[in-house]
Design a protein around this ligand. Structure first.
Ligand SMILES: [Zn+2]
Length: 252
C-alpha cells in the first residue's frame, strides 16, 4: 500500500511557562510607547535568533511603500534591484561580473525624522546617482536606442574569424585582500592573436593588472590571509615565468 497517509508530527503544546512568557511579551509590547515599533523589534530579535526572516509576517513587511523589500523596523526603504551583468566566460579568472552589473537600478526613500513623513522623496538610484521617474525613462530610452546598434555590431562580425581568447588567460593568478573592492592585482600570460595585430608572430608577455582602487585595512587574520595568498601566488608566477622563458628560448 503506497498511499497510506504519512504520519504528521503532533503539534507541540506550549508549557505553562511559555504561555506566561508570551503573555509577558504581549504586556511589554502593548504598554510600550510605540507598540507597533516594539512588536517589530521583538520580531526582528526572533528572526535573528531563527537566523532567517519571518517571511509572511505582516509586522515584518514594510507598511509604508508597496515596493519596499526591507523588513522589520526601518527608516531606509529600498526596492529589489534591476540588474544586468555581462557574462564573458572568464568570470573565474579574476573578474566577477555578477558583483559589478553594468545596469543596477533600485528605488530608494528615507523617512524624515524631523517631519515624521515616512517614505518621502522616493527616487531611482542608478549607480551612484539619484534620478526622477522621467530621468529613468530617459536612461531606459537610451538603452532601447542602443540595442539595435549593438545587434548591428554583432551582425558585422558574422562570417568573420571568431575572436579566440588567449588560452594562457586560464593561467591568471590574483591576490585579493578582505575589504578591497576587487583583486589587489592579477597576472597572466598574454599572446596577442593574429586577429588583434595582423601578424602571426606575436611575443608573449606577462601582464600584471592593478586591481582594487580602495584601500584594505587588514586585521591579523586579514594579514595572514594576504600572506597565504602571496605564498599561493608565487609558484603560479614561477610557472608563468618558466613558460615565458621557454618561449623566449624558442624564438631566440
Ligand atoms: Zn520600507
Amino acid at each position: 500500500m503506497s498511499n497510506l497517509p504519512t504520519a504528521q508530527p503532533a503539534p507541540l503544546s506550549p508549557t505553562p511557562q511559555q504561555v506566561a512568557d508570551a503573555a509577558e511579551i504581549t504586556r511589554i509590547v502593548m504598554e510600550s510607547a510605540d507598540p507597533a515599533a516594539t512588536a517589530a523589534r521583538v520580531l526582528d530579535l526572533i528572526a535573528a535568533e531563527k537566523n532567517q526572516p519571518l517571511v509572511g509576517h505582516a509586522a515584518m513587511r514594510c507598511g509604508v511603500l508597496a515596493w519596499c523589500v526591507q523588513t522589520g523596523d526601518h527608516e531606509w526603504h529600498e526596492s529589489a534591484h534591476v540588474q544586468v551583468a555581462q557574462e564573458c566566460g572568464y568570470e573565474s579568472s579574476g573578474h566577477d561580473h555578477a558583483a559589478n552589473p553594468y545596469i543596477d537600478v533600485k528605488l530608494i526613500a528615507e523617512d524624515d525624522r524631523e517631519t515624521g513623513v515616512r517614505g518621502a522623496g522616493a527616487t531611482v538610484a542608478l549607480g551612484d546617482c539619484d534620478l526622477t521617474a522621467d530621468g529613468l525613462r530617459r536612461e531606459a530610452a537610451k538603452i532601447l536606442a542602443a540595442v539595435p546598434r549593438l545587434l548591428a555590431m554583432a551582425a558585422m562580425l558574422d562570417g568573420k574569424p571568431a575572436y579566440v581568447p588567449p588560452t594562457t588567460w586560464i593561467d591568471a593568478a590574483e591576490v585579493r585582500t578582505a575589504g578591497a573592492n576587487g583583486p589587489v592585482f592579477s597576472a597572466y600570460l598574454h599572446t596577442p592573436t593574429e586577429h588583434e595585430t595582423g601578424t602571426a608572430d606575436n611575443a608573449t608577455s606577462l601582464v600584471v593588472v592593478p586591481g582594487a582602487t580602495m584601500d584594505a585595512e587588514l586585521d591579523v587574520d586579514g594579514g595572514r590571509d594576504l600572506r597565504e595568498q602571496l605564498v599561493t601566488f608565487l609558484p603560479r608566477l614561477d610557472a608563468m615565468i618558466a613558460v615565458l622563458a621557454a618561449k623566449a628560448r624558442v624564438s631566440a
